[in-house]
Design a protein around this ligand. Structure first.
Ligand code: HEC
Length: 128
C-alpha cells in the first residue's frame, strides 16, 4: 500500500502540468480543474486515471482510488451522485463493506467549488 501510494504521488506530480494546461471548454473549467488538482489528483491521479494498481483491493477489502474519467465506473454517476460523494463520501451510496478512504469535503469546499468540480469531472468524461 505504501509503495502504491508513493507511485501514485510521483504520477500525480508528473501529470499535473498536463491537466492545468488542458483547454477550458466552459467558464468554470479552470476553477474546477484547479480544485481537482489541489484536492483530488493526489489520490485519483492528475489525469483522473486512478491510483497505481487501483483495481487491486487490500486484504481488508479497502481499494485504492479508482479512475474518474471517460469509461470509468464513476463516469456513470449523475451530477447529484457526484456531489453527494464529494460532500459526504462514498458511504452515502451504501456500497462499502470496509472503512472508506475517500475523504468528505463538505467542510473543505464551498457549494460553488463543489459545483465547479463536478462540472469539470462531467466535462472530462468526454475526453479521450
Ligand atoms: C485520500 C485519497 C483520496 C482523495 C484525496 C480523494 N479520493 Fe475519491 N476515492 C478515494 C478512494 C480510495 C475511493 C474508493 C472508495 C473508498 O475506498 O473510499 C474513492 C472514491 C471516489 C469516487 C467514487 C468512485 C466510484 O467508482 O464509485 C468518486 C466519484 C471520488 N472518489 C471523487 C473524488 C473527488 C472529486 C475528490 C476531490 C474532491 C476525491 N475523490 C478525493 C480516495 C480519495
Amino acid at each position: 500500500m505504501t509503495g502504491g501510494r508513493a507511485l501514485g504521488l510521483a504520477l500525480a506530480g508528473s501529470l499535473a502540468a498536463g491537466v492545468s494546461a488542458a483547454p477550458a471548454t466552459a467558464a468554470d473549467e479552470p476553477a474546477g480543474g484547479a480544485i481537482y488538482t489541489e484536492h483530488c489528483g493526489i489520490c485519483h491521479g492528475a489525469d483522473l486515471s486512478g491510483e497505481a494498481h487501483w483495481s487491486r483491493s487490500a486484504p481488508t477489502g479497502a481499494v485504492p482510488a479508482p479512475p474518474l474519467g471517460k469509461g470509468s465506473h464513476a463516469a456513470r454517476y449523475s451530477r447529484e451522485q457526484l456531489t453527494t460523494i464529494i460532500r459526504w463520501g462514498v458511504d452515502e451510496l451504501g456500497m462499502q463493506r470496509y472503512e472508506p478512504t475517500m475523504p468528505e469535503f463538505d467542510a473543505v469546499l464551498t457549494e460553488d467549488e463543489i459545483a465547479a468540480l463536478v462540472g469539470f469531472l462531467i466535462r472530462r468524461r468526454a475526453d479521450p
